[in-house]
Design a protein around this ligand. Sequence first.
Ligand code: E4P
Length: 219
Amino acid sequence: MQLYLDTGNIDEIREIAGWGVVDGVTTNPSLLAKEAGRGDYRALLKEICDVVKGPVSAEVTAEDAEGMLRQAKSLVNISEHIVIKVPCIAEGLRATAMMFEEGIRVNMTLVFSALQAILAANAGAAYVSPFVGRLDDIGHEGVDEVEKIRAVYDNYDIDTQIIFASTRHPEHALQAALIGADICTMPAKVFRQMVKHPLTDSGIKRFLDDWSKTGFSID
Ligand code: E4P
């Protein structure tokens, strides 16, 4: 499963990408609101693309298809890595079909049902992002919806990639992998939680204590 970092923060991206585990980045207007005052948006996106060298999702804010296409054309000029996030509404589907014709990759966002995911794929989206955590928040089993999308896409050999999104905790990441999501996008906090295990920490301590008794050295 590929792992994306869900943030607009360049420091977090440098840190976690430095582990060698980040395949791409997803941003959205709310994540970018946290970066307000930290310079130019296009420069930030370029910097993210240069660090990650993989797909970087940037969302359009226009509400009509023509406006979305215009914004998408401007954003893809920043880097070959830019993928356009388009909301799953009728105008978004229309925009996705137009972007598909232009060779622009779309990540259909704000997807909450397998039915929406079918439409996204038929419109030509390269990626679909079901928001699992937000479904959980309203008392649904978000993971079940991703499972349905996986089953439907497999039934028809649909190559739209499923991005397990709105990931809230490491258990979500494990569920994403077990279901067969192509990608899981996660905040830096979840990456940091995933790497931690108390037995790893106590194991290192014991090995170092014992090593100090050997009198040996490596270099
Ligand atoms: C994904 O692309 C979205 O940016 C993100 O996962 C939304 O997550 P949230 O529900 O925590 O805002």
